[in-house]
Design a protein around this ligand. Structure first.
Ligand SMILES: [Zn+2]
Length: 219
């Protein structure tokens, strides 16, 4: 099992779980990685031959039990390392992904479990994504988007998509997990939200607001 193969399994797992879909299309993998059709098709065939994924022409691909097991271990290691980096090395949340990406492939299962205990068994990563248990079980994902909030609502951030540009921008605006955002304008024509944080007013596009998840609270 090489790193590229592991990365595919992890991506398919994340796409399946996050979107709650039974099958993932080759195109979605291509878009996420930015690879060519040919290389995605070749890799899917290789993973299919190793019985790590099941490929059905025109339908897409899903993980087998064996593939899921490997993907879960990687996702778990990734998210646990992220917690370590933000909590103990003071990494900002937009910088942990690449480091965790390398560490997840290099650490033994035993070490990851030691780290998990050391960190006090966190429930989520630095971006609010749940850490799957060793059986691959994940709590149900809250998929209420900031985009779904309306003028007058107060929204609490609980999770953000692991997208470095988005995370960096939010960090610049001092918006992190548990930040309270008051929606003061929703402009559907120009596709932006104007929100007020504790500190200032900020404009977020609808496409960013679809990558931020949480809940509305009463104040
Ligand atoms: Zn994360």
């Amino acid at each position: 099992m090489n790193r590229a193969e592991e990365d595919y399994l992890k991506l398919i797992y994340e796409l399946q779980v996050e979107a709650n879909k039974p099958m993932i299309k080759n195109n979605e993998i291509k878009d996420a990685f930015g690879y060519t059709d040919q290389s995605v098709n070749d890799m899917i065939k290789r993973l299919n031959d190793q019985k790590l994924v099941r490929f059905i022409p025109y339908k897409g691909v899903s993980l087998t039990k064996k593939g899921t097991h490997i993907a879960v271990k990687l996702v778990r290691a990734h998210r646990i390392w992220e917690v370590f980096l933000t909590k103990h090395l003071n990494y900002p949340w937009y910088r942990v992904h690449d480091e965790a990406e390398r560490l997840e492939h290099a650490s033994s299962e035993e070490m990851v479990e030691e780290l998990f205990t050391f960190l006090g068994k966190p429930k989520t990563c630095s971006h609010g994504n749940p850490i799957p248990n060793l059986d691959g079980e994940l709590p149900a994902l809250n998929d209420f988007m900031l985009m779904d909030s309306n003028v007058g609502d107060t929204f609490v951030v609980e999770r953000a998509t692991d997208d470095a540009y988005l995370l960096k921008m939010l960090d610049d605006y001092k918006i992190g997990l548990n930040a309270k955002l008051h929606i003061i304008e929703k402009d559907s024509y120009n596709e932006f939200l104007k929100i007020k944080t504790d500190k200032k007013e900020v404009i977020l596009t609808f496409s960013s607001a679809k990558k931020i998840f949480g809940r509305n609270i009463k104040i």
